[in-house]
Design a protein around this ligand. Structure first.
Ligand code: GUN
Length: 300
């Protein structure tokens, strides 16, 4: 829970509506499967996704397995590659270079974090921007910062899709993003700015985080700290999007103290079943967009 501040209370008995991320993710996956079938009919080939796993981090293994399964279920080619934890930077770079040169590969995703001896920045920099389905390269981050078309990081793109599905009005809204990571916080803020929200980025050094969060009509929390955002940080009726996911003795929980927040927020994502399912759905969407772009087709 973050600092003190005035405790805001919801109207008696009010409860936030829940965002059903599983339902929206299913819709996106169905759209992508239909688009993939069209792409196959038009070009005679299937979009190919190369997930790259280096080492044997158990959480990363689970994430990558789920990405591969979803890719096959959408009708795409699973071009997964695995390197042992002892792989050198040169070996990892040679693998990315070979995927970059392979015409069957439309998307490259290097699962993070990497073993500590490897330099993720240098590795990601070798992914061609048009195959960067994580939206992590400097080129795609720059295109996003300039509001120009490009591949967007999956989780923030998924949050925007959720906000659209639930018809949350972003134009002129006060949006607060908690967290400034390359994968979520920064691109999230840019996407909200691109939708004409008034955006504040808060982070671990922000003074009186609760007061800043209470300004938000739309609060997106991606801090990586379990239960960081409590009742004192939520404006009554706000839309609260929790990107955090943590396993503790009682199962999964997010960065938001859900039990405290649900009676104050107007709309809120649960954990699990909120933002989580969107990340893979948007990865598939990016892979299809990359394939269409590489085939000289409208990216849509
Ligand atoms: N590790 C945790 N989430 C992600 C993600 O979205 N992309 C990559 N590459 N690694 C991750």
């Amino acid at each position: 829970m973050i600092s003190t501040g005035t405790q805001l209370r919801a109207d008696a008995g009010s409860t936030g509506r829940l965002v059903d991320g599983r339902r929206v993710a299913r819709t996106v996956r169905e759209e992508v499967a239909a688009g993939t079938a069209r792409f196959h009919a038009e070009t005679g080939r299937r979009p190919g996704l190369a997930t790259v796993l280096i080492g044997d981090d158990p959480a990363s293994e689970v994430y990558v397995r789920n990405k591969r399964k979803s890719c096959v279920a959408a009708g795409m080619l699973d071009l997964h590659r695995h390197l042992p934890a002892e792989a050198t930077q040169a070996e990892a770079e040679a693998l990315v270079d070979s995927l970059a040169a392979d015409p069957a590969v439309d998307g490259i995703l290097v699962q993070l974090p990497l073993p500590a001896h490897l330099d993720a920045g240098r590795l990601v920099a070798r992914i061609p921007a048009e195959k960067d389905v994580d939206g992590l390269t400097t080129v795609n981050a720059g295109l996003l910062a300039q509001g120009r078309p490009g591949l967007r990081p999956c989780t923030p793109a998924g949050v925007i899709r959720l906000l659209d599905e639930y018809e949350v009005d972003l134009r002129g809204a006060e949006a607060v993003v908690v967290g400034r990571s390359d994968l979520v916080g920064r691109p999230m803020a840019q996407l909200l700015l691109g939708r004409d929200a008034t955006v504040t980025i808060a982070h671990s050094r922000t003074a009186d985080l609760a007061a800043v969060c209470r300004r938000a009509d739309v609060l997106v929390v991606a801090a990586g700290v379990p239960g960081l955002v409590g009742a004192d940080a939520i404006r009554p009726g706000a839309t609260v999007i929790d990107v955090g996911i943590h396993r503790d003795g009682n199962g999964l929980r997010g960065d938001v103290d859900f039990d405290a927040a649900v009676g104050i927020a107007g709309l809120i994502t649960p954990v699990p079943g909120g933002v989580g399912p969107m990340t893979i759905a948007m990865l598939l969407s990016n892979t299809l967009a990359a394939a269409r772009g590489r085939a000289g087709r409208d990216v849509g």
